[in-house]
Design a protein around this ligand. Structure first.
Ligand code: PGA
Length: 257
């Protein structure tokens, strides 16, 4: 039995997948099997266009709803963007920010992500802030410096009270969607570094409360060893969250840790 003050969290990042009909198809078996599961924090993050459908289906369940991004303003002339209050309107309570796909494909920078993290707290959304090094950064042994920099800037605008509610996701870019997973030791090493950084900046008590998820090709076959690590508090799951059986299996594995 893992002795941790933190409840394990399994969060599904659906990315740009699932229509409304497919959302129903995916969520029904999940709701049936683990819809009232309270031992594990379960979050699903569908695309914006499926939030309404997901919100209705999840009503009354223990599964929380998350989004994958927002624009850090209340309203206004921001064509194509979605505000935090629009997400709250669908009972969204989490938002993924700083995902490496947005950093790489849409040019999101740490300063911009920091603004979003602070804005999320102001609008009662819990940010799931993603950080992680690229393959070339790891090959050059720069991962520690990269992670520290992402934390330094990304968390520069939040208070210690906000920090304790934060969810972080360590996602080595070279492990996302590649089938390549960090070994449990590699992941634990970075998670420990993150918690140490949090403790230096916000104090040990707060650092102990922050959830640090691992993301990058986590699936039922490798989840147990990763989740058993002392500083790994759950998973941010991409590919395996699109399959109900895999997602349910991950939750069952987390329960057994
Ligand atoms: P993956 O994605 O599980 O498909 O590697 C994880 C993520 O990008 O959040």
């Amino acid at each position: 039995m893992k002795k941790s003050p933190r409840k394990l969290m399994i969060a599904g990042n659906w990315k740009m997948n699932k229509t409304r009909a497919e959302t129903r198809e995916l969520l029904r078996p999940i709701l049936h099997d683990v819809g009232q599961e309270r031992e594990i924090s379960i979050v699903v993050c569908p695309p914006f266009t499926a939030l309404g459908e997901a919100s209705q289906l999840l009503d009354g369940s223990a599964i929380a709803l998350g989004a994958q991004n927002f624009y850090p303003a209340i309203s206004g002339a921001f064509t194509g963007e979605i505000s935090p209050d629009m997400l709250r309107d669908f009972y969204v309570s989490y938002v993924i920010l700083g995902h490496s796909e947005r950093r790489q494909l849409l040019g999101e920078k740490d300063e911009w992500i920091a603004e979003k993290v602070a804005c999320a707290f102001r609008h009662h959304l819990t940010p799931i802030l993603c950080i992680g090094e690229t393959l070339s950064e790891r090959e050059n042994a720069e991962q520690d410096a990269v992670i520290r920099h992402q934390l330094e800037v990304g968390l520069s605008q939040i208070s210690p009270e906000e920090a304790q509610q934060l969810v972080l996701a360590y996602e080595p870019v070279w492990a996302i969607g590649t089938g390549k997973t960090a070994t449990p030791e590699q992941a634990q090493e970075i998670h420990a570094l993150i918690r140490h950084w949090l403790s230096e900046h916000f104090g040990q008590e707060i650092a102990k409360k922050v959830h640090i998820l691992y993301g990058g090709s986590m699936k039922p076959s490798n989840a147990a060893d990763l989740l058993a690590q002392p500083d790994i508090d759950g998973g941010l799951i991409g590919g395996a969250s699109l399959n109900a059986n895999d997602f349910i299996a991950l939750i069952e594995i987390a329960k057994g840790i």
